[in-house]
Design a protein around this ligand. Structure first.
Ligand SMILES: COc1ccc([C@H]2[C@H](O)[C@H](O)[C@H](C)N2C)cc1
Length: 450
């Protein structure tokens, strides 16, 4: 393997408490909010078919018109406490907020740019009250920050000339200033979710990025930073030139999920997901497929079953309203979580053979196994093929622990579990499996399967 000075600084998962907490979240909320929300994905009566938060890059969007939008940013209906309560009801354990997206508009009072909320009619800090509201609900806050910043004169896609390099040094200093400022203003933040780090110019900044990451980690011990921040000695991101994961978890799963445990390479990871196919910021006219809560619950369960976190995106409108479609999803997901959260929180991958009826998760706290059923077989029998030397001690519906189900042995380590046919399951349901190992432990009894 290559000797890398700026590659992965750790092989394998972080095992400290803050990362354990992160690993056990299961469900998160992404919030994309900024001046792009004022356009709702339209300009001058025309429909923008791209991602609404990218409308500034649309050829039909005059750049100066976009850059004046902040003079209309005055979200009368912004209610951070209501947003936090809704997220709590949904069952989100963490929230990632766009402090600054690619356009550079800063949602906090920044000393380093005039393109921020203090120079909008709204005038006040957006981020601070949001952090307080989510902290008060016990939902951990993470700060999304786009390195790419179209508003900054020093920003460059690539460094071709000496002038580029000189300008980029200013941009690097600006970027560091804003990040230090964010961590000083919001020290309860548990981590940063970086974006906009694919430019050639940034990919040459292995030294700068590494020093900055170290500086940020020193400011908030345990700070969690994913694989989208640093480039390595050769400009590789997410995985360094030896194939080792950069940062604390893999951030590559954007609007897509891994299919198998092998796809995750055994790393921690999050999957960030839009409700439409590709809209993060507010678009007033969602076209194409809009995901149902059933689909999103399956993605959540699949993510947890493969040791990841699922982060669902919300895009509030220009007045600070959470749109009705998202409010409905938050309610429906929350209703499901209220009944089935034990199969999600502090759960992860179980190495039993994947079956067609759904997904296994296993509690990292007590080893209980959860069978989350999406596709109930017509004969009401769930096939279960356990790992070797496992016996099933007790099986029952999570919703009705008194209803003991008796597995039917098919062959060694393989059973049918008869679910209740007269129980009309109308949404994904969970069967709990308490199991133990047939290995004799030192005093001849059975130990709980770990
Ligand atoms: C070039 O393709 C991109 C670039 C950036 C994105 C941004 C989205 O605006 C959103 O912030 C998402 C999390 N991020 C990857 C999406 C697609």
């Amino acid at each position: 393997s290559l000797t890398l000075e700026y590659g992965a600084h750790r092989i394998g998962k972080r095992t400290d408490q803050m990362m354990e907490t992160w690993r056990n979240y299961g469900l998160g909320q992404f919030i994309h909010w900024g001046v792009y929300a004022l356009t709702g994905g339209h300009w001058d009566g025309e429909y923008y078919s791209g991602a609404a938060e990218w409308i500034r890059s649309w050829d039909k969007m005059p750049k100066d018109a976009y850059d004046q939008l902040y003079k209309s940013f005055d979200p009368k209906n912004y209610e951070p406490k209501a947003w936090a309560k809704q997220a709590k009801e949904m069952g989100a354990k963490y929230m990632i907020i766009t402090t600054k997206h690619h356009d550079g508009f800063s949602l906090w009072p920044s000393k380093y740019t005039d393109y921020d909320v203090t120079n909008s009619p709204y005038g006040n800090d957006i981020i601070g009250p949001l952090v307080e509201a989510y902290d008060a609900e016990g939902i951990d806050v993470y700060l999304y920050f786009s390195v790419m910043d179209w508003s900054q004169p020093g920003y460059r896609v690539s460094l071709e000339t000496e002038e580029d390099r000189t300008a980029y040094e200013d941009f690097k200093a600006f970027t560091r200033n804003q990040l230090i400022e964010l961590l000083e203003l919001y020290p309860s933040a548990k981590g940063l979710w970086f974006d906009g780090t694919w430019d050639e110019a940034w990919k040459e900044q292995a030294v700068f990025a590494d020093e900055l990451e170290k500086e940020m980690r020193a400011m908030i011990p345990g700070l969690i930073i994913g694989s989208r921040f640093r480039p390595d000695d050769y400009g590789n991101r997410h995985f360094d030139s030896n194939g080792d994961l950069m940062g604390d978890y893999e951030q590559g799963w954007e609007r897509k999920l891994p299919n198998t445990y092998e796809d995750t390479k055994g790393n921690d990871w999050d999957a960030v997901m839009t409700v439409p196919e590709n809209q993060w910021g507010y678009h007033s006219d969602w076209r194409g497929h809009v995901k149902s809560s059933y689909e999103l619950i399956e993605m959540l369960v699949k993510s947890v079953s493969l040791d990841g976190n699922f982060v669902l995106n919300f895009g509030p409108d220009g007045q600070g309203n959470i749109r009705s479609e998202e409010a409905k999803l938050a309610k429906e997901i929350g209703d499901w979580m209220k009944v089935n959260q034990k199969a999600i929180y502090s759960c992860g991958y179980l190495n039993w053979q994947k079956q067609d009826w759904g997904y296994y998760t296993q509690s990292r706290e007590d080893g209980k196994i959860y069978m989350v059923v999406f596709n109930q077989p017509l004969d009401g029998k769930l096939r279960v093929k356990t790992a070797d030397k496992v016996i099933l001690d007790k099986v029952y519906p999570l919703e009705n622990p008194g209803m003991i189900l008796t597995p039917e042995l098919i062959q060694k380590n393989e059973y049918f579990i008869p679910v209740i046919m007269d129980q009309k399951w109308t949404s994904p349901y969970v069967i709990v499996v308490e199991s133990s190992s047939t290995d004799e432990d030192k005093n001849g009894g059975f130990q709980k399967a770990k």
